[in-house]
Structures are given as structure tokens and as C-alpha cells.
Design a protein around this ligand. Structure first.
Ligand SMILES: [Zn+2]
Length: 520
């Protein structure tokens, strides 16, 4: 294994030499990219005077959940803007990016099993659903409808009832014993040795037209006069997973459609399965539900928060770092992605503290609308940079001046390397920038492309956008009711902020902008 690692290192160095030679760097540029004093200062500030957990703690404990266009999110964005201003960043702005929908905030939730036995229940409402009219006591019923043909048997039978609309979900016991799950040397080696980019995923076959879509099921239950719908996803012990009302994207998070739906409540698999089993015995289940949601009167724009550390002689060229500030609504989502925002803010704090004077401008972005579909970063790229692939929205002058975007959104675990996103031309620079952090375990460079977060918006437009390879550490991960500060590792986040600061600085000082791969 060591031999292989040495071979990879040799290859990385060889490639980096090729890259350095081909871009004819001046001594000044090389010194900027690997200035030992700056790296030492960044390490000292970030590891000995870190504020990353204080920042993460404020977002998680004080600000709480941050659903896009909720009142909660607006408060968090105002705070983020204030923090950037306190750090002394320039051009700090809460920048609207698209017509979104109405605000939605859950103000109160209460759920109890009353029969056959009293039990408080754990759950929460899906976003953009209505509340109940006060406290509702009702019978539960199984109506696991899948196809149009299934509907007939439930007609006239659901009035005033709470519907269990899906089959019971097995609880995955393995998750109980998983513990901290860091990437091993073997995992990293496999990532590096996987040298051919994976082919694009085949397009899935069209859905079976007989199957009911989730929003069609809810419409049926509503038409039948049901009182509420229970659902259960994920199958992890004690964990509630639930997102938005089906159809929200199509109706653009509308007030009318939200009010016209039913209270949809996600519960733990244990509580869901218990109700389901009792009902299958033919015994009655009675529940008490109260939900109060605040739904905005009119559609509003969603926003990103941005600030800059201005560049010097190359100020019109831009390096970006960032993470999404929005989250799902049932917990503060410490790992997804308060941790990434804390790392990005701490990275610029470190750069300010060490007196960095980057040649290129370093811009930090805290995105909105990521969880609903990367909307914040996509619209930002569209409006500021354009894309050669989009004739209606051709590249702007800023497109040519852009260097790279670095993102954190794969949980709160420490960086172990970086995905090249298919860009072989970035390998040499990244190998050099990672070198001072081998003691952090930051060693792997993978050619693979990864998705599901904001660097994709840059990559799709042909701009260099990257996500770090991260350890998957403890916790329930995002999108649940249990993503709090307790499972964040301070040391992991301190290291990440140091690496993020160094990458931003190196990219801002390098003689060349991060090279681009061939546009597909
Ligand atoms: Zn995320």
C-alpha cells in the first residue's frame, strides 16, 4: 500500500511540475501560492484562536432551522450579513435571486397517541402544509394507495380520519452500531485509483402512469375529507425525516396550494410502525393532533448572502468559497449545513486576522434555496457569470475573470482531499496547496465528479467548482429532527476552516486562475 501511495505521490508531483511549467509561473506567484509564513499564520490563527465552534454554535443554537424563505431564514440571513460586516468584508449584501414563494414557519406542533394506550409521539409537519383548526382528536386509518385502481376501496371511508399513507418502514439496526465512520487509507486509495471519470447515469425509465404521484394521493385524501396524513421516511432509529408538501416546486410554494392541502406529518419509524401494526390487527387507533403554521400572504424573492475580501492588483478576478445557509425545517441542521457556513465565515475571519492581502478578490457566499434544488447558486451563476452552454444567457465579462469556487456540504467531517470534478488541469495546483496539510490527513485527489450541492452550479456552467472529500462523522446527518451541535467535531471544523482559508488564499495569489476542463 505504501508503495502505491508513493507512486501516486510521484505522479501528482510530476503532474504538478507539468502544470507549473505549462503555466510559466513567476517566482512571485509561486511564493504567493506556497508562502510558508502565510500558511503558518493561517494554521496558528485557525487552530489556536479558532472561532469556528462559536460561529456554528450561534447558527445552530440561537438561530435554529433555516428553511428557504421562512421568517427564521430571514433572521439568519440578517445575522450573517451583520457578521460579514463585523469581519470588515466589503460589498456585503443580501441578494435576491428568484421569485420564490410564501414564507412558511411552524409555530406549534403537538401529537399524541390516545388509544389503545397513551403515548406522546415524535414528529413534525412537512413544509408548506396547513395547520389543523385547533386540537383535533381523530381515528387513524391505513390507506396505502399506490395505483389509481386502489382508490375505489377507500372512497367514503376517510372522512375526519388521520391517514397512514405508506407501508411500515423497517428500522435499520446497523445504524445503531455504526459510530464514527472516517475514511480509511484504503477508502482514499480507492478514490485516487479510480482514475476514469464515471459515465453519466442513465436516464431512468418514465414512471408507470398507473402509479399515483405523491401530490395526487394527498389530493385524494383531501377530497375524501381526511383530517391529516402521517408519513415516515428514512428508517433510522428514532429519527424523523420529512421535507416539503408534494407539488411545492410545481406551484412555486404558493399560499393557496399550501392552504388547500392537508396537515402532513412525518413521524419516527417506531411510532409510525406501532400505529400501523395495531390497525392491521383490526383495533382502533386514536390520535390528538395540533399544528399551527404561519404562511405568508404573498410570494417573495429568495436570497443569498455575500461578502468580499477585496483583491489588490487582480481585484476584478474572483475566487469564491461558500456553503448553503438554508436548511430543512425540523432542526437547526448543524451538519447540513451550519457547519459549512461556519467554516466559510471562519475562513474569511482567519484571512482578515492574518492580514492577508490577496491579489484576486475572495468572495464568500452563503446560499439560499439549496435544499429545494441548488436554486441560490444556480441563479447566482446565471446572473453573474452566464454560460457558454446557454445561448439566452451567454458568458458575462466576469465569466472569463473567474478562478474557482470551493464548497463544503458533505456533512461536518474533516477534509481528506478534493474531487477534481473531471478537471485534470487543476490537479497540479491542488497537490501543491494540499502539501502543507498532510498532517491533517488531507491527501487524496480524486478525478471523480460529485453532485447534490452548490459547486455543481459552477461546474455546469463550465466554471471550476469543487467539493472537498470529507469524512462522514457521527450524527444523524441532515434533513432530520436530530441534527444539532452535539455531533459536530470542533477539531474537524477547525482544520476545514484552515484548509478553506489556505485554498482561497492560494487561488487568489496563484499566477494563474484555476484552469478549466474542456466544456462538454
Ligand atoms: Zn447540504
Amino acid at each position: 500500500m505504501r508503495k502505491t501511495r508513493k507512486a501516486i505521490l510521484a505522479l501528482v508531483i510530476a503532474l504538478s511540475l507539468v502544470s507549473l511549467a505549462s503555466t510559466a509561473q513567476s517566482p512571485a506567484g509561486r511564493r504567493g501560492a506556497a508562502d510558508p509564513d502565510i500558511v503558518a499564520k493561517i494554521r496558528e490563527e485557525g487552530l489556536q484562536r479558532s472561532q469556528v465552534m462559536d460561529i456554528a454554535g450561534y447558527i445552530v443554537d440561537v438561530l435554529g432551522a433555516r428553511l428557504t424563505n421562512s421568517e427564521h431564514m430571514k433572521r439568519a440571513q440578517a445575522w450573517a450579513k451583520g457578521e460579514m460586516e463585523k469581519l470588515g468584508l466589503s460589498n456585503v449584501v443580501i441578494e435576491p435571486f428568484m421569485d420564490y414563494g410564501v414564507t412558511w414557519d411552524n409555530e406549534y406542533f403537538s401529537l399524541h397517541l390516545l388509544e389503545p394506550d397513551y403515548q406522546p409521539m415524535v414528529g413534525y409537519p412537512l413544509t408548506h402544509t396547513p395547520g389543523t383548526s385547533g386540537k383535533v382528536i381523530c381515528a387513524a386509518v391505513v390507506a396505502d394507495v399506490r395505483t389509481r385502481a386502489d382508490l375505489a376501496q377507500f372512497r367514503g371511508k376517510l372522512k375526519g380520519m388521520a391517514v397512514l399513507a405508506s407501508p411500515p418502514l423497517p428500522v435499520t439496526q446497523a445504524a445503531l452500531s455504526q459510530g464514527v465512520n472516517r475514511l480509511t487509507d484504503e477508502d482514499l486509495r480507492k478514490l485516487e485509483e479510480n482514475v476514469t471519470p464515471a459515465p453519466p447515469r442513465p436516464t431512468p425509465p418514465p414512471p408507470n402512469p398507473d402509479l399515483l404521484k405523491p401530490d395526487e394521493k394527498i389530493s385524494f385524501f383531501k377530497a375524501e375529507g381526511a383530517a391529516a396524513v402521517f408519513q415516515c421516511e428514512g428508517g433510522r432509529p428514532g429519527v424523523v425525516v420529512g421535507y416539503g408538501r408534494p407539488g411545492t416546486k410545481d406551484d412555486k410554494w404558493s399560499r393557496e396550494k399550501s392552504l388547500d392541502s392537508l396537515p402532513i406529518i412525518a413521524v419516527t419509524p417506531e411510532h409510525y410502525n406501532r400505529m400501523y401494526r395495531i390497525l392491521k390487527r383490526g383495533l382502533p387507533v386514536k390520535v390528538e393532533i395540533e399544528v399551527r403554521n404561519r404562511i405568508g400572504e404573498k410570494a417573495e424573492k429568495a436570497s443569498n448572502v455575500l461578502g468580499e475580501l477585496p483583491g489588490t492588483d487582480l481585484a476584478d478576478e474572483v475566487v469564491m468559497i461558500g456553503a448553503h445557509l438554508d436548511s430543512w425545517h425540523a432542526s437547526p441542521n448543524a451538519s447540513d449545513n451550519a457547519s459549512g457556513c461556519a467554516v466559510a465565515l471562519e475562513a474569511v475571519r482567519i484571512l482578515k486576522a492574518v492580514g492577508a492581502a490577496p491579489r484576486r478578490t475572495i468572495r464568500v457566499a452563503l446560499w439560499g434555496g439549496e435544499e429545494q434544488g441548488l436554486y441560490g447558486s444556480q441563479e447566482y451563476v446565471r446572473q453573474h457569470f452566464g454560460s457558454p452552454k446557454d445561448p439566452k444567457n451567454p458568458p458575462t465579462p466576469a465569466y472569463a475573470k473567474f478562478s474557482a469556487y470551493f464548497n463544503q456540504d458533505y456533512g461536518a467531517g474533516q477534509y481528506r482531499g478534493v474531487y477534481l470534478q473531471g478537471n485534470e488541469y487543476a490537479r497540479g495546483l491542488f497537490a501543491a496547496w494540499m502539501e502543507p496539510f498532510r498532517d491533517f490527513g488531507l491527501t487524496a485527489i480524486s478525478i471523480q465528479s460529485v453532485g447534490s450541492t452548490d459547486h455543481v452550479s459552477f461546474d455546469q456552467a463550465g466554471l471550476p467548482g469543487f467539493q472537498f472529500i470529507q469524512d462522514r462523522i457521527a450524527g444523524t446527518a441532515g434533513h432530520t429532527n436530530l441534527d444539532f451541535l452535539d455531533t459536530l467535531s470542533p477539531e474537524d471544523l477547525m482544520k476545514n476552516a484552515v484548509v478553506m482559508a489556505a485554498f482561497a488564499y492560494d487561488a487568489a495569489m496563484s499566477d494563474v486562475r484555476v484552469p478549466r476542463k474542456l466544456l462538454k
